[in-house]
Design a protein around this ligand. Structure first.
Ligand SMILES: *Cc1c(COP(=O)(O)O)cnc(C)c1O
Length: 303
């Protein structure tokens, strides 16, 4: 059941050559197929807050392949909420059946409001939200990607006491909520490394707003050209990784992080004897949508 599981397993990864470091993957992806990884953590306290306020509808925002949209739809249904998804791109209106994420969310009872990319940019403005309130009446608003102080509180529960013996905690970064929770719950002698899934340096500022510690770093060399941009090298890496360790990775977040960790290990970034914990933040529901695009382009797909 949703919101019952507290801790996931740290799975060791046997590195191909002896690099003098140990790597483990925290399988947060195994929490739930659709409410997986960090999205589960980010929703937990928001759901409790919505219930405390007596609100029966959740409204949130996302793109066509959003893990967050899938998670809110599935967890919302499970917990008896009505859900509304404000979706970027009004051309998707006629195309729900061809989009695995949106079809799934619809099956979970989510209602959609499709908006143009231009309008979507204004989604945090008071005028935009007032209009949504007029249209849908009372709802609990969860921001895009789910990041707010309650989400960060949930992400503080990813690390356990036993994880204190790791020197490096690695995570993928989208809006910065997950890494902020990890930083808050990390020990001072641990380094938290965030692998940015987006181009641009603005995330550093966003994260700084949520944390007071300084034992963290944003790694910006492994976004592969930007959010959801992929290439053959990344797909091959993801497929090899699954073959070698039976750990599936997604191409938007965890695949890029793991590619980055491997590259940094290769370059000797981590001191000999380092123990590294990579958080598998989930996101596997997004693979079907990306594969449909890759197939259309006659490219290698994720197996
Ligand atoms: C949303 C997501 C992230 C990014 O998390 P933030 O808290 O937004 O930084 C990372 N990995 C996966 C799989 C995600 O779905």
């Amino acid at each position: 059941m949703i919101f019952k599981l507290e801790h996931s397993v740290n799975q060791p990864v046997i590195l191909p050559q002896n690099k003098g470091v140990a790597l483990f993957v925290k399988r947060e992806d195994s929490i739930h197929p659709f409410v997986s990884g960090n999205k589960y953590r980010k929703l937990k306290y928001n759901f409790i807050e919505a219930k405390n306020r007596g609100l029966k509808t959740l409204l949130t925002f996302g793109g066509a392949y959003s893990n967050h949209i899938a998670a809110v739809a599935a967890a919302g249904q499970n917990q008896g909420f009505k859900t509304i998804g404000v979706i970027r791109g009004d051309e998707l209106f006629n195309n729900i059946e061809n989009n695995p994420t949106l079809s799934f969310a619809k099956q979970c009872g989510m209602r959609f409001k499709f908006v143009s990319r231009e309008d979507y940019r204004n989604k945090t403005s008071q005028a935009f939200i007032d209009n949504l309130k007029k249209e849908f009446s009372a709802f609990y608003l969860i921001p895009e990607g789910g990041t707010n102080p309650l989400a960060i509180k949930g992400c503080e529960e990813i690390l356990t006491k036993d994880d204190a013996n790791f020197d490096f905690i690695c995570t993928s970064v989208g809006t910065g909520g997950t890494i902020s929770g990890l930083i808050n719950s990390s020990a001072a002698n641990q380094q938290v490394l965030g692998f940015s899934a987006l181009k641009g340096d603005f995330l550093k500022e966003d994260i700084s707003k949520f944390v007071t510690k300084t034992n963290w770093k944003l790694v910006t060399d492994y976004h592969f050209g930007g959010y959801a941009k992929i290439n053959e090298a990344l797909i091959s890496f993801i497929n090899d990784f699954k073959k070698d360790y039976q750990i599936p990775l997604d191409p938007v977040y965890t695949g890029k992080m793991m590619f980055g960790i491997y590259d940094l290990i290769e370059k000797g970034y981590f001191p000999k004897g380092s123990k590294i914990l990579a958080i598998h933040t989930g996101g596997l529901q997004g693979i079907a949508g990306i594969n449909a695009i890759l197939k259309k382009k006659n490219l290698q797909i994720i197996e």
